[in-house]
Design a protein around this ligand. Structure first.
Ligand SMILES: [Fe+2]
Length: 285
């Protein structure tokens, strides 16, 4: 009897919202207790976890807010840290990023900013949802047309769309209103007519999101630095540690995924000590 090998899925690691700073001593400016946080240190912790937990993956995707203030030095450090990953690194900008500075820092080999990639049975689409000078995002009519055209061009492939902004409300007034996606309902309605599109994977919300919208699984991922308190009226934080997402994209279009928070005891203890940071179980959605 012939041995039928199980088809290998596509394995993707997502990291998001790194908020690297050219001068970490300046602080993030988000709250009085945030300013001693070195986002390069927290990113390194997550990269160490990935090295330990993920023996093989096909690509690492970075879904925006790579730098806090869009500074060239922050992007150069990002590339230096990611260059040794051993797998290709695909990135896209968020509302905190400067696309030109990011583009200038990329090495063009390991770390790049492609519009799309074909891997195994999947079409990976990378879209810049940021709008100049504002925190809100948008998928424009032109971008929606491009997604449809790409999916038509590769009809045998399942599609995964990677963006920065969240396309569904997460229940936090400040995040959904002032930092949300303009015209999200219309964009999602149109994307809902694209059967090959299996998932939209975003960052920006610094918390977990896993919701089915029609046939599309919408996934949001915690940050490699600080996590936002879900369902909060104003910007508030949890004591959850930095995290990344593991995505296993199967050849039949099904998806397995998990968010992995860092278990570094020194980091967990430091975050727990911060005044006003709500303690949530690491797996809380
Ligand atoms: Fe963001």
């Amino acid at each position: 009897m012939p041995i039928i090998e199980e088809a290998e899925p596509l394995r993707i690691i997502q990291i998001t919202d790194l908020h690297l700073q050219a001068h970490p001593e300046e602080g993030l400016g988000w709250c009085p207790h945030c300013d001693d946080l070195d986002t390069t240190e927290t990113l390194s912790t997550v990269l160490d976890d990935i090295q330990v937990n993920e023996p093989c993956f096909d690509a690492l995707v970075v879904t925006g807010d790579i730098a806090q203030k869009g500074e060239a030095e922050a992007y150069r450090r990002f590339v230096r840290l990611l260059q040794d990953e051993g797998s290709p690194v695909y990135c896209l900008p968020g509302n905190h990023d400067d696309r030109q500075q990011l583009s200038a820092a990329l090495d063009g080999e390991v770390v790049s900013m492609p519009r799309f990639i074909i891997k195994k049975d999947w079409l990976l689409l990378f879209l810049d949802t940021s709008r100049r000078g504002v925190d809100q995002g948008e998928i424009s009519t032109i971008q929606l047309g491009w997604i449809e055209a790409m999916v038509e061009k590769f009809p045998q492939h399942h599609a995964a769309l990677f963006i920065h902004h969240h396309p569904l409300p997460v229940g936090s007034e400040w995040l959904d209103t002032h930092h949300g996606m303009i015209g999200a309902d219309a964009a999602l309605a149109q994307l809902g007519t694209v059967p090959q599109l299996k998932t939209i994977v975003c960052g920006h919300i610094h918390q977990q999101l896993d919701r089915q919208h029609g046939h599309i699984r919408v996934l949001g991922t915690p940050s490699t630095c600080l996590q936002f308190l879900p369902e909060s009226e104003h910007l508030s934080f949890t004591a959850q540690t930095p995290a990344y997402r593991r995505l296993v994209l199967h050849r039949d279009g099904s998806i397995e995924t998990e968010v992995l928070f860092s278990h570094q005891p020194w980091l967990a203890a430091r975050l727990r000590r911060k005044r006003g940071f709500r303690e949530l179980p690491p797996q809380a959605v």
